[in-house]
Write a protein that binds this ligand. Structure first.
Ligand code: SF4
Ligand code: SF4
Length: 379
């Protein structure tokens, strides 16, 4: 890949307002004392934040901010906000910057609309729920009321095909966004060319470890693994539910009633347990405002959590109604569940909160590539 010509950074005087509109408390109060950077457990000799990023915003250096993967390396422990003498809330600034970057990686403009307008959020949810309801109405199978026959009402081959189509489309959007992230954070950086073998070597070193362990969050709160554990259980719950929905659908969505302690039921209990346990910390924390990271929630954070909760609760109700032999209740709650899942996946995976799982996973990889490029060790 050819080296690019050095960029001239233009100033965007409205950048501060854009970031503040996405939740930053008041970074205009910052007088660059550097305390936040010195206390940040994740800021080191290679990645220095948050003051550097605040300076970019104060100077309106949009290109420089866009070229930085650093906001994704912050895990919102809140240390910097606690120690800021100006109450500028640098941790909230880092969160708002991640939202801003999400809107920049997305080429459709949907992300920007979702983060900036509650009306757009509600229209999106209503529209997608309506589309899902229409598909259920048109494609559902016979409605058996003498018993609960969920797989007859919602034929698995149709639901699975829908799953695969949605998954394919959303993955394509997300991959384009990740590619744009790569373009900004690595490709536009000046320096030496990166050898293909370096791309591969770093890919295999950085990606699987970060994705599976989510270990970076542990460095954010040294000696206290609670945040990491809560984050990891949420991640493991999503992963297990994904496996159930995509690879094991024929096993659990059947008309057959498995014993409550059969292996397939146990997998569902574990997935639900991880999911609700992981969800409880951010929900409780936001209600009680237990930590800095929960004090200044953006409306989209609440919407995401409440949609997750509603999806989880309807998922559990399907099993309860089914085993209570309530056919109509089961079919109705199953339909509501599908409507919620569709809205949640389509809006959140490529365009909003859930996209952070991809950006956070790729950020250390891209940061490493950018570093190798800058120091000239890439070939
Ligand atoms: S501690 Fe506060 S005032 Fe000091 S650089 Fe950080 S944000 Fe600015
Ligand atoms: S929230 Fe924590 S990890 Fe993020 S910049 Fe502040 S101190 Fe660093």
């Amino acid at each position: 890949m050819a080296a690019v010509t050095p960029t001239i950074h233009r100033s965007n005087p409205g950048l501060m307002k854009e970031i503040q509109g996405l939740g930053a408390f008041d970074v205009s109060a910052c007088y660059s004392c550097g305390t936040c950077t010195s206390v940040c457990p994740l800021s080191d000799g290679k990645t220095i934040f948050p003051r550097k990023l605040i300076t970019y915003v104060q100077l309106g250096l949009e290109d420089k901010l866009l070229q930085s993967a650093d906001p994704w390396l912050c895990y919102y422990c809140g240390e910097c906000t606690d120690s800021c003498p100006r109450k500028a809330d640098p941790a909230g600034f880092m969160m708002a910057t991640r939202r801003w970057l999400t809107t920049k990686y997305d080429f459709t403009g949907i992300s920007k609309a979702l983060y900036r307008s509650h009306v757009a959020d509600w229209i999106g949810i209503a529209l997608l729920s309506f589309i899902a309801a229409l598909f259920i109405y048109l494609l559902h199978g016979p409605i058996v009321t003498s018993t609960v026959a969920l797989a007859t009402f919602a034929p698995v081959d149709i639901v699975e095909t829908g799953d695969i189509v949605i998954l394919g489309v959303l993955s394509a959007f997300l991959l384009v966004n990740v590619f744009r992230m790569y373009y900004y954070t690595v490709y536009t950086k000046t320096g030496k060319e990166i050898a293909f073998t370096t791309y591969l070597k770093e890919l295999f070193i950085q990606l699987p470890i970060n994705f599976l362990t989510q270990y970076k969050i542990r460095s954010c709160t040294p000696g206290d693994n609670r945040d990491w554990f809560s984050h990891w259980t949420r991640f493991a719950g999503y992963a297990l539910l994904f496996v159930l929905a995509v690879f094991l659908m024929y096993e659990w969505q059947t008309d057959q009633f498995y014993p409550l302690w059969s292996p397939i039921m146990l997998i569902q209990y574990v997935a639900a347990g991880l999911f609700f346990f992981g969800l409880s910390a951010p929900l409780y924390g936001r209600i009680k405002k237990t930590k800095n990271m929960y004090k200044y929630s953006h409306a989209t954070d609440w919407m995401f959590l409440l949609m997750l909760l509603a999806t989880g609760v309807t998922g559990v109700l399907i099993v309860i109604f089914r085993y209570a032999l309530l056919p109509w209740d089961t079919y109705i709650i199953y339909s509501v569940h599908l409507m919620l899942v569709t809205s949640l996946l389509v809006l959140e995976v490529p365009f909003a909160k859930w996209s952070h799982m991809a950006y956070r996973t790729f950020a250390p990889y891209f940061a490493r590539l950018a570093e190798l490029k800058e120091v000239g060790e890439a070939v």
